[in-house]
Design a protein around this ligand. Structure first.
Ligand SMILES: [Zn+2]
Length: 91
């Protein structure tokens, strides 16, 4: 009979995803200042519900993550980005 879990043999469980090196998208493009007016680019770093992706998910470095979160928050204030998910209003 086959065992479902692989942790019983003492080995760590197999990774079900391919290990891919994460990289900072801003370092790659050599962007030093993240502009909040460039909201189309910032949209890639927020989830469907409007939350900012953590650095461990997006792979952004600490230097750029700090700038990114500030830029997203500024863009929200300028109504370029959403605070929460878009819900359809029922009239
Ligand atoms: Zn970076």
């Amino acid at each position: 009979m086959q065992m479902r879990s692989s942790s019983s043999d003492g080995k760590p469980p197999k990774k079900y995803y391919s290990a891919r090196k994460k990289y900072c998208a801003f370092c790659k493009d050599k962007i030093t200042l993240i502009d909040y007016k460039n909201h189309k680019n910032l949209e890639n770093f927020i989830s469907e519900t409007g939350r900012i992706f953590p650095a461990r998910v997006s792979g952004t470095c600490a230097y750029h993550q700090k700038q990114l979160s500030k830029a997203i928050k500024r863009a929200r204030q300028m109504a370029l980005l959403r605070f929460t998910e878009e819900k359809k209003r029922i009239t």
